[in-house]
Design a binder for this molecule. Structure first.
Ligand code: ATP
Length: 270
């Protein structure tokens, strides 16, 4: 899907109901992106400008991509997925051109949400830009900033970027009119893990002894991606045992398997 350096999903089917936890983050995103896309007149009347770009930051696997996609799904927007590291490492010498194409495409397919994952790969603070590789990264970033500066905050193109390295970002990208709204996407707490478990077991056949609340309790430190892996692993334990439903024992083995390499408190807790 990334043949040209980006992937386009016309109308993602993902909804906010597919995202576990993150209620406050969803509220903020709706206000920053959905409201101006759907009701630009409210902003015109008040004479205020919505953000052009939002930066989601936080540890990997906790739902940044999922949230951005859900936002596009809820607003019937085209979702254009770009991966920062691919722009500069996979399509060498083409980063700036791809950025230009992505914005052109977004305008053509508006309303559109451009999602730039791993923005740190093109927007890290640099001490020197000596090598040609670094100059290429710099050119890609310059193109992105030029594109962002070139559109109106009330246009129906929005840009969401994501990183798990906010500490290394070049402050130039956080200036007003660029990615000036920052939203932290934390790892899920117990309630969040329970919601994510419920979402990922929606279509699973669970034995009556399965206690998702208990699984949420013992998986402290697990990310959303871990929870998804736990459900899949539990399914495989059931499959191998030739059972037609997933039991609590399958889940406990799956938790052990997925989280055993972590230094997490789950092992000691009862
Ligand atoms: P990365 O920094 O690695 O890109 P991310 O924060 O973008 O991570 P996602 O790619 O959105 O994480 O998450 C990976 C998968 O984990 C999702 O496709 C989803 O299946 C599951 N997942 C993660 N967080 C959640 C969540 N809050 N609710 C439901 N599922 C989740």
């Amino acid at each position: 899907p990334y043949v040209k350096g980006f992937e386009v999903v016309e109308r993602p089917k993902v909804r906010f109901s597919d995202v576990g936890g993150l209620k406050e983050q969803i509220r903020e995103l709706r206000e920053a992106i959905e409201l101006p896309l759907k009701n630009p007149e409210l902003f015109k009347e008040l004479g205020i400008e919505p953000p052009k770009g939002v930066l989601l930051y936080g540890p990997p696997g906790c739902g940044k991509t999922l949230l951005a996609k859900a936002l596009a799904g809820e607003t019937n927007a085209t979702f254009i997925h770009v991966v920062g590291s691919e722009l500069v490492h996979k399509f060498i010498g083409e980063g700036a051109r791809i950025v230009r194409e992505v914005f052109q495409l977004a305008r053509r397919k508006a309303p559109a949400i451009i999602f730039i994952d791993e923005i740190d790969a093109i927007a890290a603070k640099r001490v020197d830009i000596g090598t040609s590789g670094e100059r290429e990264v710099q050119r890609t970033l310059m193109q992105l900033l030029a594109e962002m500066d070139g559109f109106d905050p009330l246009d129906d193109v929005k840009v969401i970027a994501a990183t798990n390295r906010i500490d290394i970002l070049d402050p130039a990208i956080l200036r007003p009119g660029r990615f000036d709204r920052l939203i932290y996407i934390p790892p899920p707490d117990e309630e969040g893990r329970y919601e994510i478990l419920k979402i990922h077991t929606r279509r699973a056949r669970l034995a009556p002894d399965v206690d998702l609340r208990y699984i949420a309790k013992i998986t402290e430190g697990a990310t959303g991606a871990d929870i998804k892996a736990i459900v899949t692993e539990a399914g495989y334990f059931a499959l191998r045992a030739g059972r037609r439903e997933i039991t609590m024992e399958d889940f406990l083995k799956a938790v052990e398997k997925v989280l055993k390499h972590r230094k997490r408190p789950y092992a000691e807790k009862k």
